[in-house]
Design a protein around this ligand. Sequence first.
Ligand code: SF4
Length: 262
Amino acid sequence: MSADDQPRSVSQTEQYEQCAWRWYLSRIERVKKRPAAWSCHGTAFHTAAEAWERSSRTLRVDEVAEIFRDQYTELVNSALEEEPDTNRWLAAGRYSGGEDIERRYSLGLEQTRAYVEWSKAARPDIWTTPADEPGLELSFMVELGGVMVRGFIDQVLDEGNGSVRVRDLKTGSMKSKFQLQTYSVAVRKLWGLPVDKADWYLARDGRLSRPVKVGTVTEEEIGQRYADMDAGVKRGDFPAAPGFSCQFCDVSHRCIFSSQKT
Ligand code: SF4
């Protein structure tokens, strides 16, 4: 399947909008990406939180922490095999790549334990799909703006009044309203359910964000962003946008426009 025919996603679209040249280097040139501990941290946290919820909250907190530990270690080790020089790993702020790996191990364990405690107290009401699946890591593929869009929704909650709420679990600080809007429109389209609110569970703070109103977001306005991105890719339009985001760019080592020294 060529890049022209692939389904799109929230991250692809936002990446294209932020710097289309990065999209080109990643997906057309297939430049080998520099690893980042934050990515292993995010994936391992999601796996642990999902396992906890799927167990109907019967696992012990140390068992959930162990799931984080095992997955984080496996992901980091696998990335180290690809890139053993941790100075070449992406790292945010004052930490080196190696320091970030160490620090996120402890941080992720702490956040996993905090999620379990929060969930025990808040008891989020996980929605059940018509196929009797819990609303956890739900995969979807829908047409938006004439473009096939795919994604995974971390959690869909039953609001108790016939509507549901979409929730995204965040270990980082970058929050995407477009992501919540896309997921809300997808849930409406796939299951015909009203979605008025969406939110983020913020692992950094161990709490929920304020709800985001998504009840008035239309399929047309969300679909337009996918249509614009898809048309840009098909035109071969990949302008570079060097700036702040270069420091988080996993292909900056191969970018002649980068504002970063690598
Ligand atoms: S380094 Fe900057 S300009 Fe280059 S691809 Fe990455 S984000 Fe774009």
